[in-house]
Design a protein around this ligand. Sequence first.
Ligand SMILES: [Zn+2]
Length: 145
Amino acid sequence: MNKTSFIVLLVSLTLTSLVSTLFGFAGQTIIGTFWGWFWVSLLLQFIGFVAYNSYLIQKDDIAMQKAEVETLEQLAKFSIQINCAYCNQSNVTPIQLNKRNTFKCESCNQVNGVSMQFMATTITTPIQSVKLPLSGSESIEIKMS
Ligand SMILES: [Zn+2]
């Protein structure tokens, strides 16, 4: 625990005790004992703090989730160059992977749909040299470029 949070804790504990003491004195003059009022108000303050803290944490979580969704939406946007299906004019249009995309041709004003196709490829790793073990201590080196 660093010095700042220790001071904050100390101050809040002092304030909580002070409020409880005040309630203790005030309650004592009406009904019951000082300690009865002291502990009840201490407990109520504690419950209040916990409730307020969880409310703050929840609020933070919601704000963070919203920011994440916004970031994802930003990331899902691409600009592609695509030819019009009507006049073959090249257009640049933003597309989103998670939505149905259309664009209006700059040349003929026709609305085009965008069909996305994905293709799987094998991944080739470039090999600089492969050493093949031969009989004995000899080895040959195959160079690939
Ligand atoms: Zn067109």
